[in-house]
Design a protein around this ligand. Structure first.
Ligand SMILES: [Fe+2]
Length: 282
């Protein structure tokens, strides 16, 4: 695989319905992101396809089952298989979520938020450090969208996130849509979140759409990115600068051409805002 030292630009989540487009053309993306667990197998068609696509496109492995916040022991079988995949792709980092999704070996199939306490932050940071050391590559943790809060919490989500990544010495995958969804659901100002985290630890962004369920927003990745999420991305650019971005789509997936038109909106917003900010601050 082509080694990747650093990443810039704009990409999409690689989904099987777009394999043929990637194999027959060179779509206008700077990199792609995969769901790691879909490729943690030995051989088979999906791995062969991925290897072919990875020859022309940097690939970031993004996991959904690490469950770094779980009180379970680390799953060394999972980590060993993940390391094998990550080493093959040779990305500048790998990612998963700051959440828990496994308890006593049972998977919830949900990325659940953690209680925001100093004790939990320390516990998660220690696990993240062990994982990062084992993988011999930077781990970046993603903020999840949430629908519940714990009465045990003693700080905000962004204070908790800051405490974890600082103690673990790892990076952040900041999902702009997840901030917006949680801000609406828990009635906080999303800019407080964006201004409250250490900007120098943000390595990558996600952006996506969600569903309005009337009394709350649900992070479904089945719609185009709505205007308030684009607005939040626009407002974040002067704070975080040039951060590689992945457009996520997991349901009602459009053609790759349609997805790339949407990805181009992100490019245009970044170019317009970054240029404007550079001129203003010059
Ligand atoms: Fe995300």
């Amino acid at each position: 695989m082509k080694p990747v030292d650093s990443l810039k630009g704009f990409g999409v989540g690689l989904r099987p319905c777009h394999y043929a487009d990637f194999l027959s053309n060179q779509p206008k993306v700077d990199f792609v992101e995969i769901i790691s667990e879909n490729y943690m197998v030995t051989g088979g068609r999906s791995i062969e396809t991925l290897q072919e696509i990875a020859k022309r496109n940097p690939v970031i492995p993004h996991g959904v089952s690490l469950s770094v916040g779980s009180s379970d022991q680390l799953d060394w079988d999972y980590l060993t298989r993940l390391k094998k995949l990550v080493d093959t792709l040779n990305p500048p980092w790998f990612s998963d979520h700051l959440c828990w999704s496994r308890h006593q070996g049972h998977y919830m199939h949900n990325l659940l938020p953690l209680p925001y306490t100093h004790e939990v932050a320390k516990f998660v940071a220690e696990k993240a450090r062990i994982i990062q050391d084992f993988m011999e590559r930077p781990l970046i943790l993603e903020n999840v969208s949430s629908y519940i809060e714990y009465t045990d919490s003693v700080m905000t989500e962004w204070e908790f996130l800051t405490e974890v990544v600082t103690q673990a010495d790892c990076g952040l995958l900041l999902d702009i849509n997840n901030i917006y969804v949680s801000a609406v659901n828990h009635t906080f100002d999303p800019m407080d979140y964006i201004l409250g985290i250490p900007a120098n630890r943000v390595r990558q962004h996600h952006i996506a759409g969600h569903k309005n369920k009337g009394t709350f927003l649900l992070d479904t990745h089945d719609h185009n990115v709505p205007d308030p999420v684009w607005d939040l991305y626009r407002q974040s650019i002067p704070i975080f600068g040039e951060v590689p971005l992945i457009l996520e789509r997991d349901d009602d997936i459009p053609t790759l051409d349609e997805l790339l038109i949407e990805l181009n909106i992100a490019r245009q917003i970044f170019n317009a805002t970054h240029t404007q900010h550079t001129h203003t601050s010059a």
